[in-house]
Design a protein around this ligand. Structure first.
Ligand code: ATP
Length: 589
């Protein structure tokens, strides 16, 4: 209830605004335009701010929504309420088609791709005969309920703002869920998300479709508000403006979309109305002043105005503490240490002329801690990437519990109970420790996007958060549970990664330099935790440069040098192995 309170207050304020006596009708028109822009920007919050997929082409999806209802109501006489699902469907289908191509792009190619199809669709709208070419379609009927026709701006005002508030609620619900965390994890790159079972192409396509459907809804409302549709509002310039709105408001924040729309629409209107008086009717000046003002605003609040305003709040919204009595099911553990859990046979990885892993073979048994050591560039991280499916082996065999995984994607390997941490920490810095760790339990939940939006996922979600809280407690970071991951020290972030990996309920835990950045006491606590995990039935394979830590902890050590295994044995044997001393310990001495 407390989390929904701002939404309820906002809804009440918006509901009474048109009832204020003598309110200028033009204000209502402005609020209608703000609502329409906010819907598109809200999709961009999810797509760009949260998912990290920059799109300049959202205006085209408004066009799909607007033209669908324009054609169906004017040419076929359908009721606008019947064309609403059609408009959303057409926008969604267009997003599937464009998204399948676009979400594969990365870096600069992604925004460039969206600009390309944004411009292409604008010209398509203006060339097609049945869409009225450049003139568009007029005579679109107003929305109506019974005999009440929403002809005036204050009549359609409620339809627009109900759509905005419902969309805000559904979007916030989605973000605060298992699917939402998967989407938020996309921004940190696909490797970390996939290591915990997130189907990243599917998650990207989901946000792409969601954003397009919100834009289609805005287009549908726009068509019945203006009672006409032509290509101009759906062109590339409008697409850029929508992205501007999301960035100005705060691209990662649902309410940032509403605030950004308010700022941009009002600023444009004020400048267009008053600048001609000041500068004697010089055309285009308002565009320049508008640009300068937005740049200044972003200097003041680089992450957007909404988070900047929130940072001034004297209190922070409290989060519910997870109920740790709720339990998820656990995997069965191997009863003894005789069974082979991980079997690597002549694994090889070549990058062009570089042989990073050269026919390496070794096993990790159940209930065993194995360390993989070697000088820099020896091939340790590449071996981890081969085991976890991030890289495919050039040749050789890798199997987990007898199942071959050398060509399996990370999402399949993690299902077998193999989880990992990364040499370069891959947490989402603006998510809390709890939220980051809960990503590790992704495969142990099953609520999808729709059930999350409708809040039917609460029982599932409570168990996932409880598991995350338990693992955070296990690694000793309970005091930091609600802190943003990015605010922790690097050593603590590594421990958060271990808690996230533990949330998988793994059989085999792969830790890439877990002790780097830890103080002496913290290393001792980590070693005690890893021993406790081993004794509880887990196996650990770790890459570590701290020889004292490795020699004390490992049951067995595998040594790589230039991609080749040069030794394997107990810590005592490795310490005295002349090859190792020459290649590794000798080099370090
Ligand atoms: N994607 C890649 N493309 C080309 N070469 C690569 C790639 N990844 C690793 N290598 C090369 O493979 C070799 C092994 O690298 P790897 O990162 O596995 O070593 P490492 O033992 O983990 O080293 P460190 O201890 O410094 O992390 C290095 O020569 C490295 O430059």
């Amino acid at each position: 209830m407390t989390q929904r309170l701002p939404l309820i207050i906002f809804a009440l304020v918006m509901a009474v605004i048109p009832l204020v006596p003598d309110i200028p009708p033009f204000w209502i028109v402005l609020l209608d335009n703000i609502g329409l822009a906010a819907l598109v920007a809200m999709g961009l919050v999810l797509l760009t701010g949260v998912g990290g997929l920059t799109s300049f082409g959202q205006a085209a999806f408004c066009g799909f929504g607007a033209y669908t209802t324009a054609v169906l109501t004017t040419a076929y006489g359908l009721s606008p309420w019947l064309t609403l699902p059609a408009s959303l469907l057409v926008s969604g289908i267009a997003a599937v088609v464009l998204g399948i191509v676009t979400v594969r792009l990365s870096g600069h190619y992604l925004p460039l791709g969206t600009i390309a199809w944004g411009i292409g669709l604008f010209y398509l709208f203006s060339k097609l005969e049945f869409l009225g070419r450049n003139d568009g379609i007029s005579g679109i009927p107003p929305l109506s309920i019974g005999s009440f026709k929403m002809l005036s701006p204050d009549a359609i005002y409620y339809a627009i703002w109900v759509a905005v508030l419902l969309s805000a609620l559904l979007t916030m619900n989605l973000l605060d869920s298992r699917t939402g965390r998967a989407i938020r994890a996309l921004r940190r790159g696909h490797v970390a998300a996939e290591a915990f079972g997130v189907q990243t192409p599917r998650a990207k396509l989901l946000v792409f479709i969601y954003a397009a459907v919100l834009a289609g809804l805005s287009g549908w409302l726009y068509a019945h508000f203006q009672r006409a549709a032509n290509p101009t509002p759906f062109g590339a310039q409008a697409g850029i403006e929508y992205l501007f709105i999301a960035v100005v408001g705060g691209a990662g924040y649902v309410w940032g979309a509403v605030l950004g729309a308010g700022i941009v629409v009002v600023l444009k209107e004020v400048l267009q109305s008053y600048l001609p008086y000041i500068f004697g009717g010089q055309s285009q000046l308002e565009t320049i002043v508008f640009g300068i003002m937005l740049v200044l605003l972003l200097q003041l609040a680089p992450s957007g105005v909404w988070p900047w305003l929130m940072s001034w709040l004297p209190f922070k919204p409290a989060r519910k503490t997870p109920d740790t009595s709720l339990k998820l099911e656990h995997r069965e553990r191997a009863p003894g240490s005789s069974s082979v859990l991980l079997h690597i046979e002549k694994a090889r990885k070549q990058f062009g002329g570089v042989i990073a892993v050269n026919d390496v073979s070794f096993d990790v048994n159940a209930r065993e801690i194995v360390a993989l050591i070697g000088p820099n560039g020896a091939g340790k991280s590449t071996t981890f990437n081969l085991i976890t499916g991030v890289l495919t082996a050039t040749s050789g065999k890798i199997s987990v519990l007898g199942k071959e995984v050398e060509n399996a994607p990370p999402q399949e390997v993690v299902k077998l109970g193999v989880s990992r941490t990364f040499q370069h920490v891959k947490l989402v810095p603006d998510m809390t420790v709890l939220e980051n760790v809960a990503i590790g339990a992704h495969l142990r939940g099953n609520s999808g996007a729709i059930s999350s939006m409708l809040r039917l996922d609460r029982a599932d979600e409570a168990k996932l958060l409880a598991e995350a809280a338990r693992q955070i407690e296990r690694v000793g970071l309970s005091d930091q549970i609600d802190q943003l991951a990015g605010s922790l020290s690097l050593g603590q972030q590594r421990i958060v990664e271990i808690a996230r990996a533990l949330c998988v309920d793994p059989m085999l835990l792969l830790l890439d330099e877990p002790a780097a950045g830890l103080r002496h006491m913290e290393k001792q606590r980590l070693a005690a935790l890893l021993r406790q995990l081993r004794d509880g039935g887990m196996s650990v394979l770790l890459v570590e440069h701290d020889m004292g830590f490795v020699m004390d902890l490992a049951d067995r050590i595998v040594v790589l040098d230039f991609g080749t295994k040069i030794a394997e044995g107990t810590p005592a044997a490795i310490k005295t192995n002349p090859e190792v001393i020459k290649a590794y310990l000798g080099a370090a001495a």
